[in-house]
Design a protein around this ligand. Structure first.
Ligand code: CP
Ligand code: NVA
Length: 307
């Protein structure tokens, strides 16, 4: 049976550990896997812009001996030119896997229900699982034992935050989240995360005070205040989120060796200052690089049906 990756909840802790193990091998020995997906094709159906996700999947597929094809919003035009069901059924006849970047998460569910090949969520309004896997892989590379890590996420309780919460609790990492009132992650996400946290020993705490959130954290993470699709809220959010900027003042309340992460693209001078983004504490480009290694592991697992 095909396996999809729509949210982190589609993966067990053991599957995540296995993805991380394979990611390390792929990162250390590119040549060994140069034919791993020979003859396989991957379609990237994107309804939103992308740098990292598109490039890392396309290059990743090439490095594995396979082929990727990018389908821009205007080409497929899901739901307008053709129903999502018909897109899924048609493309499944040509390719071995589909990466979908979309607005409503329901589109991922609908595509997965109709496609006969694996669907990988390349970002929806609800989740960004490939990002969170690459993020935790990066933290693990730097700090080794995720169970000893507290990650403080400061900002909007959005898709990236949701996926980080799910990945954290699956891996036993603890997480604090600070957001302005009304912008915390959805209650349902928090309660679902807490169910897993009980099993793995993660601690999940929600704050409205960014200083309290970063205290004692080994990693501080942020994302844009207005995500793709929320462009009309940009000015309103700049005011609401102004005290949630990752700057040197906020970090003075954290460990001097704190690692700073951002999924990128960053809005420099808004959610993060140049000084912090360009500092020696920042690991944002290691994080971006790891998208490719981790996604190659995901592709091998899903497209070859490997456990
Ligand atoms: N982090 C991330 O998904 O970047 P892109 O939107 O550029 O793909
Ligand atoms: N939360 C952001 C992440 C971009 C990678 C967005 O959805 O636009």
């Amino acid at each position: 049976m095909k396996k999809d990756l729509l949210t982190i909840m589609d993966l067990t802790a053991a599957e995540i550990a296995s993805i991380f193990k394979l990611s390390t091998e792929l990162k250390n020995n590119k040549k060994k896997f140069s034919k791993a997906l020979a003859g396989k094709s991957l379609a990237l159906i994107f309804q939103k812009p992308s740098n990292r996700t598109r490039v890392s999947f396309e290059v990743g597929m090439y490095q594995l001996g396979g082929n990727a094809l990018y389908l821009s919003p205007n080409e497929i035009n899901i739901g307008v030119r053709e129903s999502i069901k018909d897109v899924a059924k048609t493309i499944s006849r040509y390719v071995d896997g589909i990466v979908l970047r979309t607005f409503e998460h329901k589109n991922c569910l609908d595509m997965a229900a109709s496609a006969s090949v694996p669907i990988i969520n390349g970002l929806s309004d609800f989740s960004h699982p490939c990002q969170a896997l690459a993020d935790l892989f990066t933290v693990k590379e730097k700090l080794k034992d995720l169970k000893k890590v507290l990650l403080a996420y400061v900002g909007d309780g959005n898709n990236v935050c949701n996926s980080l919460l799910f990945a954290a609790v699956k891996c036993g990492m603890s997480m604090n989240v600070a957001s302005p009132k009304g912008y915390a992650p959805d209650e349902k996400v928090i309660s679902q995360a807490r169910i897993f946290a009980k099993e793995t020993g993660s601690r999940i705490n929600i704050f409205e005070d960014p200083l309290a959130c970063v205290r004692g954290a080994q990693v501080v993470y942020t994302d844009v205040w207005a995500s793709m699709g929320q462009e009309e809220e940009v000015n309103k959010r700049k005011i609401i989120f102004k005290d949630f900027q990752i700057n040197s003042k906020l970090l003075s309340g954290a460990d001097p060796k704190v690692l700073v992460m951002h999924c990128l693209p960053a809005h420099r001078g808004e959610e993060i200052t140049d000084e912090v983004l360009d500092s020696k504490n920042s690991i944002v480009f290691d994080q971006a690089e790891n998208r490719m290694h981790v996604q190659k592991a995901i592709l091998i697992k899903l497209l070859k049906g490997e456990k």
